[in-house]
Write a protein that binds this ligand. Structure first.
Ligand code: GAL
Length: 828
């Protein structure tokens, strides 16, 4: 007998199972499921066996996998490395980046071992299986080309690693206990422009329901009419079976019933209800109010199925010359693009890691996310609904024309429609999603064929969801003006090309422009280069980029240039900055410089630590809180007497700077240049060790706030600070502990690079560590790493039992730091 821990959710829609989940041990041979339940969802997390390498019989029921590695899903088989410059080495010219000569690109996909074939095996029970039951097997993403086998037989396959998909596996189920599942995944080289991860990196679920039941993703909730007094909630529900009745109960956020409707009127296989909700609470980023709809399907008096779907009541409108309005108020996207990797834990989806990202972005004042360039995780959408973020959900980075040799163009003709259908069906009830994107900088932007493809894809989105507009991130603006491509889109999205916004606005008929991708400024946290000048594709010997935030790519720009457009043009409906966080792969401008292996684009680094740029955005976007941030650090031994400019990012319009008590004068934001409009800059300051102090002034010249930075002495003592000290005892919750080092007087040491060690005792495990250095080849999963610019972040993972965790951080010659965390059974 083998004990398997499964997540078991009753009567709950897949999208919202986590909230209602009950974790318990399930023993296959017990009759624990004797009582009837109408829908069960098993999340297959534990006891997977994994093997890297191809096999001819990996699917066979008699195959002995006991020697395979035991893993938990979500799982990313490549994140443990090691980094290797030869993995997916791409000897190419990146045409999108304006290159015409091929060079050796070493870290483009992260230099982690994701290429090749991987097998996963597990087994699952189907309690009470009988001829009245239907069993679905759902994948929320599998990287990539998954081939799925049950009990030795091939059930089906999918190509795109980012898609959600499911199979009806009822005919393959052999009994109530040991049904064997095997999944083969294949990752080809030259198939990505960033680190895509590898394996079963999102959840795998078994859904057991009655034959008479609500179809998978069969619920579509819209709110076509909204007034202060009343919202009309339209619910379409696709079902299987005959002579059925649907009872829908709408509950408010506190769980109180606010409306009930019952119907037997079915059109084909679809019920349609219009339900009135009085005095509706509207959903918005500031007040993300969620209702839930409980759908109960009856045959006579027997309850056959029940699912809960969360939704929001909100109005979105895109109007020529006026822009985007949410609930009748104009709003602009203050957004960031995000790739799906979570830095040191790779692509294995983790809700705590996603929540931390969104918490950081919320503090920055961001209100929107673009899932570039593919389908977001369902967890990320749930969090955006709950925490209040607008969402631009994207589908593809390639259509029929290639960017990389083995990219999505291989499947475009056969798969694009079904991939979009699944994207829309699986996610359309999320109020956070306010726009779809069918593509990013697709080479099909040129010519008539591309325009036809754009129309075809947009029509599929419209057919599946008439309530949201569609965009494409366009970088070939002139070509899309010439071909009609840009004119036919619901919303023309411009990637960079700040100089073409006016022209595009005039040429396109829509009367508005979205900054679908902006900035691509590069910087390394805590690294400053001299002289301080604006530069494109600037490279340094240490393969870092300067944090004075003046360096961008040949096609891109510094943040201030976007701010000008956002502030001055009412028809610009917002921006999505490339990117909110650094990601694995694409180490531009060091694409051909080993060991660069992750990006420099992030507003936050790979560890999630804010770079200076975070405060530049915060000073503009977070209108509720004060921002007063000074750079650079003040530890410049050897630069005494040399010009060391000081920048201040603040919501205040002016400030005075002091170096060791001497005034360097007052600076005031002004319109003489984009940087002078958004930053306070003292360009002539000469370095002398000591204290720099900034004093912010209000418009009457009154002192309103001040901050100082001191020159630090030698590293002396380690400091630890957790983002959360209470963790859920679910075996996957994470605390992100920032480790820094201070001198004898408690002053942070901004250039420290000490090698540290981490030990964990008690009810948790060491999960990973990251210091945000894009050139580091230290492995994320080993409990030792160097500080980078005086900091790093340790990820501590909860165990499945409640208890206490102790983290100990030590380094040679440094005072050790200890931290206590608690794991307990938290009800989400
Ligand atoms: C864009 C592209 C992104 C990323 C970025 C880097 O052109 O859409 O995926 O490559 O450039 O600046």
């Amino acid at each position: 007998m083998r004990t398997v821990t499964l997540k078991f959710i009753k009567k709950t829609d897949v999208s919202f199972k986590q909230r209602a989940a009950i974790l318990f041990s399930f023993i296959f041979t017990l009759t624990a499921f004797a009582q009837q339940s109408n829908r069960e969802v098993l999340t297959l997390e534990k006891n997977w066996r994994f093997h890297k390498g191809d096999l001819s019989n990996g699917f066979s029921t008699t195959f002995n996998d006991s020697k395979w590695e035991k893993v938990t899903v979500p799982h990313d088989w490549a994140i443990k490395g090691p980094f290797d410059k030869n993995i997916d080495k791409q000897n190419i010219a990146i045409v999108q980046n304006g290159e015409d000569v091929a060079t050796e690109k070493t870290g483009r996909t992260g230099a982690l071992p994701y290429i090749g074939v991987g097998w996963y095996r597990n087994e699952f029970a189907v309690p009470n299986f009988n001829s009245d039951k239907k069993v679905l097997l759902l994948f929320e993403g599998a990287m990539s080309e998954p081939e799925v086998f049950i009990n030795g037989k091939k059930v089906g396959s999918w190509n795109y690693g980012y898609s959600y998909f499911y199979f009806d596996v009822t005919p393959y189920i052999l009994g109530t206990t040991k049904n064997k599942i095997a999944v083969k995944l294949t990752n080809r080289e030259l198939s990505s422009r960033w680190y895509p991860g590898a394996g079963l990196y999102r959840n795998v679920r078994v859904i057991i329901k009655n034959n008479e039941s609500i179809d998978q993703w069969g619920t579509f909730i819209t709110t076509p009419t909204i007034t202060t007094e009343l919202a009309k909630v339209n619910i379409k529900t696709k079902v299987s079976g005959a002579n059925l009745r649907l009872r829908t109960t709408i509950k408010d956020a506190s769980g109180k019933t606010v409306a009930v409707d019952s119907t037997t009127a079915i059109y084909g296989n679809e019920f349609e209800q219009n339900i009135a909700v009085k005095n509706p609470n509207l959903w918005s980023p500031e007040k993300p109010y969620l209702y839930s709809s409980v759908a109960q399907l009856y045959a006579g008096s027997i309850l056959k199925d029940e699912i809960v779907t969360k939704f929001g009541i909100r109005k979105i409108k895109y109007e020529a010359n006026k822009g985007l309005s949410l609930n009748d108020s104009i709003i602009k996207f203050k957004g960031v693009c995000l790739h799906h990797d979570l830095g040191p834990i790779g692509t294995a989806v983790n809700k705590a890691a996603l929540r931390r990202q969104l918490t950081i972005l919320k503090d920055m004042g961001a209100n929107a996310i673009r899932s570039s360039h593919n389908m977001p995780s369902l967890e990320q959408l749930e969090l955006c609904d709950e925490m209040g973020f607008l969402f631009l959900a994207e589908s593809f980075d390639e259509w029929a024309k290639p960017k990389v040799e083995n990219g999505y163009h291989l499947y475009f003709e056969t798969d694009a429609e079904k991939d979009i259908v699944n994207l829309v069906h699986a996610t359309r009830n999320h109020p956070s999603i306010v726009m779809w994107s069918s593509g990013n900088e697709v080479p099909d932007q040129w010519g008539a064929e591309g325009a036809k493809r754009a129309k075809w894809l947009q029509d599929i989105f419209h057919r599946e969801d008439p309530t949201r507009p569609v965009t494409v991130g366009m970088d070939q603006v002139k070509a899309t003006i010439a071909s009609g491509f840009g004119a036919l889109l619901d919303i023309p999205g411009l990637n960079y090309r700040v100089n073409l916004y006016e022209e595009a606005f005039k040429a396109f008929p829509q009367g508005l422009i979205l900054g679908s991708e902006t900035a691509s400024t590069v910087s390394s946290r805590g690294i400053y280069k001299f002289p301080v000048v604006e530069a494109k594709m600037k490279k340094y010997d240490d393969f870092q980029s300067s944090s004075y935030d003046l360096e961008a790519c040949s096609w891109s720009n510094i943040p201030d240039e976007d701010f000008v457009l956002q502030d001055d043009k009412p028809w610009v409906i917002g921006e999505f900055v490339w990117t909110g966080f650094d990601y694995l792969g694409e180490p531009t401008p060091y694409d051909d410089n080993w060991p660069s292996r992750s990006s420099y684009f992030g507003i936050n680094d790979l560890a999630g630590l804010p770079k200076d740029r975070f405060y530049l955005y915060r000073s503009r976007w977070n209108t509720k809180k004060e921002t007063l941030h000074m750079l650079p650090h003040w530890n410049w031994e050897g630069r005494e007497g040399e010009v060391t400019p000081v920048f201040v990012y603040t919501n205040y319009n002016s400030a005075e700077l002091f170096v060791n008590g001497k005034s360097m004068g007052i600076q005031k934001k002004n319109n003489s240049s984009p940087t002078n409009r958004y930053r306070l800059m003292w360009m002539d300051v000469k370095y002398e060790p000591g204290i720099i102090k900034v004093v912010a002034l209000d418009d009457n010249g009154k002192v309103v706030a001040e901050k100082e930075t001191r020159t630090a002495g030698k590293p002396y003592k380690l400091i630890v600070e957790a983002d959360r000290t209470k963790l859920d005892a679910d075996g996957k919750d994470l605390s992100f502990v920032t480790v820094s080092v201070v001198d004898k007087n408690g002053i942070p040491c901004p250039t420290a690079t000490n090698q540290l060690q981490f030990k964990i005792k008690g009810a948790g495990d060491f999960r990973a560590v990251s210091n945000g250095d894009a050139t580091s080849l230290e492995l994320f999963h080993l409990p030792t790493m160097k500080l980078f610019s005086g900091k790093l972040v340790v990820l501590v993972q909860s165990a499945s039992e409640a208890g206490e965790i102790e983290l100990m951080v030590s380094g040679k010659g440094l005072q050790t730091a200890k931290l206590k965390l608690i794991t307990q059974n938290l009800k989400e």
